[in-house]
Design a protein around this ligand. Structure first.
Ligand SMILES: CC(C)(COP(=O)(O)OP(=O)(O)OC[C@H]1O[C@@H](n2cnc3c(N)ncnc32)[C@H](O)[C@@H]1OP(=O)(O)O)[C@@H](O)C(=O)NCCC(=O)NCCS
Length: 143
């Protein structure tokens, strides 16, 4: 079932995240520990919005978002999403996104924003859940 994230979920979310983003594929050495710290930074933000998919006390998926002010309006920015590799493709991600969409609708938000890699299969997942490419946006990097 989907429910609102609580602080006690963070360690399990870190473990799910580290498994969903393996170093062989993403080139980043996530561990359950450093992923938990990374995700804690989102959790501690004032307007944090988060959901977990839990089954028999185990977290199998999580969504980390922030409700950001945008002038007089608000938008939901999804920072991270991850589903345990063995549970991917079973609709858990869709249920997590549906929870975010319900939050956006119920709170009268202007929309939902997220970044993902052009080369990751997740783009297809977001498209099939109604997200569209934001044509006017580019991502820049220095380093
Ligand atoms: C992306 C992710 C959150 C989606 O959650 P999910 O529970 O697998 O998604 P759902 O079961 O609701 O939807 C599955 C659909 O998403 C797409 N998809 C998602 N991940 C995919 C993957 N790794 N390989 C292939 N297709 C994938 C497919 O189009 C699939 O459609 P199908 O069921 O018709 O094949 C999850 O797969 C995941 O954690 N992936 C690894 C980490 C990641 O990419 N996170 C998002 C980065 S912003």
């Amino acid at each position: 079932m989907i429910r609102t994230m609580e602080q006690r979920d963070l360690a399990q979310c870190g473990a799910v995240y580290a498994q969903a983003f393996p170093v062989e594929h993403w080139g980043i050495d996530w561990t359950a520990e450093n992923a938990t710290e990374y995700l804690r930074d989102f959790y501690e933000q004032k307007r944090f919005v988060g959901y977990v998919y839990e089954e028999s006390g185990e977290v199998a998926g999580c969504l980390f978002a922030l409700c950001k002010l945008c002038g007089s309006q608000k938008e939901l920015w999804i920072n991270e999403m991850a589903v345990l590799p063995g549970r991917q493709g079973q609709g858990i991600g869709k249920q997590l996104l549906d929870a975010a969409k319900a939050y956006s609708r119920e709170n009268g938000l202007a929309g939902i924003v997220l970044y993902t890699s052009r080369f990751a299969p997740a783009a297809k997942f977001y498209e099939s859940n109604g997200f569209q490419l934001s044509e006017g946006t580019i991502c820049m990097y220095f380093g």
